[in-house]
Ligand binder design. Structure first.
Ligand SMILES: Cc1ncc(COP(=O)(O)O)c(C=O)c1O
Length: 485
């Protein structure tokens, strides 16, 4: 059938000036939102009427740019769940972002560059950013690397390179079917769950991941690690990797990375470090020694959207020997063939082919503030964590449940004569009431059987007054609960 020639269409605006004005308005709105973050509740439940409005049928006909913008402002932005941009958000390990990071994302999105081929400026910027990151973390200059969506992906890539490099056969060609001795890897029982997910996805099975007990400071027990490796070797397994923690998710503890590196060198194991947020203590004047062993890692995973305060989602994996990463991922079919004398494309270093210009926000943020300022902010968060720990320690009814090593404080409200079950119920209530009242967001975990409130400070907007307020609120909610009983 021959179609009648119709007027050809585009998605560009019919009126560029109107779109420009709308864009200016959007920037004004979002800037005000950031500027006034402190004035709004950290969290609010979604009003029923908003949920109803959001539940609209698929728009088949155009609603227009103005309407799309209005709906966003009224039904999304102005619902004012400021969440992790708020100075009193300390749940999980969630960063705050910055105005410059946001603008850089907008510019990157406008350019809409697929950062892949080596002959473009965005490629060069990403390479430069990788150099800067290696410099900041004192990682070898000739290491290879890749920006990715976050630390889960960075850990997956690092562990894939580890598995393929340490296998006794061509893992890419023959796969796990070929395995004769089961491959095992090691990390402390405080490892993040994304390590387990990686191990599962790599086909090794969760059983292959040996969880080594920790000492009183929640660091991997080095002697037990050595014993477990020896035991596995004697039983016919092939130990191939140890995952060191630079900042555990529960308590912010650091494994003795130098000791782990030494074991890996002696036993011929791959040394991978998960430094999702903790890698950045490298910039802190007081704590950089905790990260010094990171430079010995064969691969290192970390985030920029946590403790470098950049907008989601940007993490990074660094691999010490470029050829290991290339051997694991490089695959160039005819339709992607390129000049062989030009630098390697990013797709040869990882899983993704299409990738956005996430390097731009890193590049612009580091240029805007300079590394020294990041070092001061990280130290500020560490000092705030110790300040909060002191407040907890001198407040009756509050009990600290773990030592403070970096930026995480674990504690709970403990009136006398309550069993563990009731303490859990009470502290859970305090956590939800803090959030639902819009006062603060903390999260929870269980430390050695104790249900615990957990404050992770990766927030450049937090002040000590915010932490004073948190303690006042927790004790107020706890004692109100006691009176109501
Ligand atoms: C220690 C650690 N590793 C890995 C991750 C996963 O990072 P992402 O959320 O960026 O995937 C986290 C997240 O909090 C973490 O704390």
């Amino acid at each position: 059938m021959v179609r009648l020639v119709q007027k050809e269409e585009t998605l560009d605006p019919a009126d560029w000036n109107a779109m420009r004005a709308l864009g200016h308005r959007m920037i004004d709105e979002i800037m005000t939102y950031l500027q006034e973050a402190r004035e709004h509740p950290v969290f609010q439940q979604i009003p029923e009427e908003i949920s109803t409005k959001l539940n609209e049928p698929l728009p088949v006909e155009p609603q227009g740019a103005e309407k799309a913008c209005e709906d966003f402002l009224n039904n999304v932005l102005r619902v004012y769940q400021t969440m992790n941009i708020h100075p009193r958000f300390w749940g999980w390990v969630i960063g705050t972002g910055t105005p410059m990071g946001m603008l850089a994302d907008m510019l990157a999105s406008g350019m809409n560059h697929n950062v892949e081929a080596a002959y473009t400026v965005p490629y060069q910027i990403e390479m430069k950013v990788l150099d800067w990151l290696k410099d900041m973390l004192a990682y070898p200059k000739d290491a290879c690397g890749l920006l990715v969506s976050g630390a889960s992906m960075a850990n997956l890539i690092g562990l894939t390179v580890a598995r393929n490099t340490m296998a006794k056969f061509d893992m890419r060609q023959e796969g796990l079917q070929k395995i004769q001795r089961k491959m095992t890897l090691y990390g402390s029982e405080e490892m993040h769950s994304c390590i387990q997910k990686s191990v599962e996805m790599l086909g090794l099975g969760n059983e292959a991941l040996r969880r080594i007990p920790v000492n009183a400071d929640y660091e991997i027990d080095i002697e037990k690690l050595e014993n477990e490796i020896r035991k596995d070797k004697d039983s016919g397994y092939q130990p191939f990797c140890v995952v060191g923690n630079a900042g555990t998710v529960n308590t912010g503890a650091f494994d003795d990375l130098d000791a782990v590196a030494e074991i890996c060198a002696r036993e011929n194991l791959w040394f991978h470090v998960d430094g999702a947020f903790g890698a950045w203590v490298a910039l802190s004047p007081d704590l950089s020694h905790l990260a010094s062993g990171m430079k010995k890692a064969d691969s290192l995973a970390f985030d920029l959207h946590k403790w470098m305060y950049m907008p989601y989602g940007v993490g990074c994996v660094l691999v010490k020997r470029r050829e290991d990463q290339l051997r694991t991922f490089s695959l160039v079919p005819e339709y992607l063939r390129h000049d062989e004398k030009a630098p390697v494309w990013f797709s040869d270093y990882g899983i993704e082919l299409s990738r956005g210009f996430r390097a731009l926000k890193v590049w612009m943020s580091i240029k805007e503030h300079g590394v020294k300022k990041y070092g001061r902010l990280i130290q500020q968060n560490v000092d705030q964590a110790h300040y909060l720990a002191r407040l907890v320690d001198r407040t009756p009814m509050l009990e600290r449940t773990a030592p403070v090593c970096s930026n995480i404080v674990c504690f709970r409200y403990v009136p006398s004569r309550l069993d563990e079950h009731s303490l859990k119920e009470l502290n859970e209530k305090i956590m939800y009431q803090l959030a639902f009242s819009g006062a603060a967001v903390v999260s929870s975990t269980v430390i050695r059987g104790k249900y615990t409130l957990r404050v992770a400070i990766v927030n450049h907007r937090t002040t000590r007054e915010d932490l004073d307020f948190l303690i006042r609120e927790v004790t107020r909610l706890g004692s109100a609960w006691g009176k109501a009983r």
